[in-house]
Design a protein around this ligand. Structure first.
Ligand SMILES: [Zn+2]
Length: 486
């Protein structure tokens, strides 16, 4: 049983200024007030004013003595609120009813459907049981309707295209307005329209040794009603990501598996792109965490055999490497995944090509002098603190030892390990090595910085000593016979 209108009438009258109150009384007398809807707590009233397109909507709450109007006028209560309470109070006093807007002028009904791969909005004028299709513009209409702000906003969207077709990118805008509309149908069924956008859901889950990324519709979605529109129970919602979902929705779920070695690629490339459009739920614990601050670099895998040098270059992040770039993709090596710096990667790769004539992932073998020349370039590439420097040369040096007795001449170059951490057995092993004196002099004469060692590897030439004695030693060696006598 609706509350009496009397206290609300008194409250409005008391609060109203003279102007709006008398204007409202006049509107009520002219029959401008029409009841839209009578609920338990609220009465919705429309106030039709000649020469004004929109009929303001007044909400009255008799039990709470509250009111609201959508006219956004300066006075509160406005003339429309005054008109509403006056009309209702007079009708109550006479024991009659205020005319309903539907019975008088008909009401707008919206019917949604899908045609030509688009959402279609059709409007009908409903009077009692009868409905009549309404085409054309509400603004220019003489049908006597009392359009709301929402009706007029929808009118602009619906009349923008022939046949009431709503393009995908306008669906959310339509739903903003449609959510305030009373009578919306899907076919013959009455439905509720909500503004809340519903998007597809994405998640990452364990799959074999790796993971799978799944993009699927929201499990609450019962049906895709039209492009850009889904149905959840009895409510219709716009879809949140038109680009991803509109036409593609029927192709969901999308599944993409990632092997263990591709998890870095997933974390640094695929997920950030996906998350721009859809929230991604991570259900797997296998994903590496992205780590910033790791720089790309070229790592060299060097192996020596006799005086040959095998080199394989690779593009890695971190030292020691935490990830490897292989065929353009990031392969995870450790717990963290770096954020790639592809500009720097490209710079490194082109330097590698130009300065060392290497490409990543391909092994190259160098022999003899070529190995030394390559090693020289590698040292220049790495600077003073490279791992190749340590790997190839360590802290080795060769020390000349000359022995002259009567007409016998001996020269040897012994290997000395200048490393405090070397064990005694390592020192003993190294002392048996050394370099062939002829090789030392040949390297020096060729201007090379290194000489091959017995048993493999190289050591820097003792340049200072050779610049003092090298020429003389070369002469003595040239004059020496096989038995050591000169
Ligand atoms: Zn008003």
């Amino acid at each position: 049983m609706p509350a009496s209108i009397k206290p609300l009438f008194e409250a409005v009258k008391k609060a109203a200024l003279v102007g709006p109150w008398s204007q409202g009384t006049k509107l009520a007398r002219e029959g401008a007030v029409l009841v839209d809807k009578t609920g338990d707590d609220a009465i919705t009233v429309r106030v039709r004013i000649a020469a004004q397109g929109v009929a303001p909507t007044v909400q009255l709450y008799p039990a709470d003595c509250e009111w609201a109007c959508d006219c956004e006028g300066a006075a509160d209560p406005c003339a429309h609120v005054a008109a509403a309470v006056v009309a209702l109070q007079q009708a109550a006093a006479k024991g009659t009813q205020v005319a309903s807007s539907e019975a008088t002028f008909g009401k707008l009904r919206y019917r949604l459907s899908s045609r030509q791969a688009a959402l279609v909005v059709e409007r009908y004028i409903v009077r009692g049981e009868k409905e009549e299709v309404f085409n054309g513009s509400l603004v220019q209409s003489s049908a006597g309707l009392s359009p709301t702000h929402e009706d007029l906003a929808i009118d602009r969207l619906v009349t923008a295209r022939r046949g009431g077709l709503i393009p995908l990118e306008r669906v959310r805008e339509l739903f903003e307005q449609l959510a305030a509309v009373e009578d919306v149908r899907l076919g013959s069924e009455k439905v509720q329209v909500r503004r809340e956008a519903v998007g597809p859901r994405a998640y990452v889950a364990d799959h074999g040794e790796g993971v799978v990324l799944v993009v699927d519709r929201d499990p609450r979605v019962v049906e895709a009603v039209a492009p850009g529109v889904v149905r959840l129970g009895n409510t219709l919602h716009p879809m949140s990501d038109v680009e991803l979902t509109g036409v593609m929705l029927d192709r969901l779920p999308l599944k993409r598996a990632f092997a263990k070695s591709d998890l870095g690629q997933l974390v640094t490339h695929v997920l950030p792109e996906m998350e721009k459009r859809v929230a991604v739920e991570i259900r797997s614990r296998r994903l590496p965490r992205a780590k910033t601050g790791l720089k790309p670099r070229i790592a060299f895998d060097l192996s020596q055999k006799e005086h040959a040098l095998s080199v394989t270059a690779s593009l890695v992040y971190g030292d020691p490497p935490e990830a490897l770039v292989q065929d353009g993709r990031l392969v995870q090596l450790a717990k963290h995944t770096p954020i790639r710096d592809e500009a720097m990667e490209r710079t490194l790769l082109s330097r590698l090509r130009e300065e060392l004539h290497l490409i990543v992932g391909r092994r190259v073998d160098f022999d003899g002098g070529d190995a030394i020349r390559f090693a020289q370039k590698l040292l220049a590439w790495e600077g003073e603190t490279g791992e190749a420097r340590d790997r190839i040369f360590g802290k080795k040096k060769i020390v000349p030892r000359v022995h002259i007795e009567d007409d016998r001449f001996e020269v040897a170059f012994d290997l000395v390990v200048d490393d405090d951490n070397a064990t005694d057995s390592e020192r003993a092993a190294q002392s048996k090595r050394g370099a062939d004196p002829y090789a030392v002099l040949r390297a020096w004469q060729e201007g090379l910085p290194l000489v091959p060692l017995f048993g493999g590897g190289w050591a820097p030439l003792p340049i200072d000593w050779l610049s003092k004695f090298g020429a003389r030693v070369a002469d003595l060696l040239a004059a020496r016979r096989d038995d050591g006598k000169i």
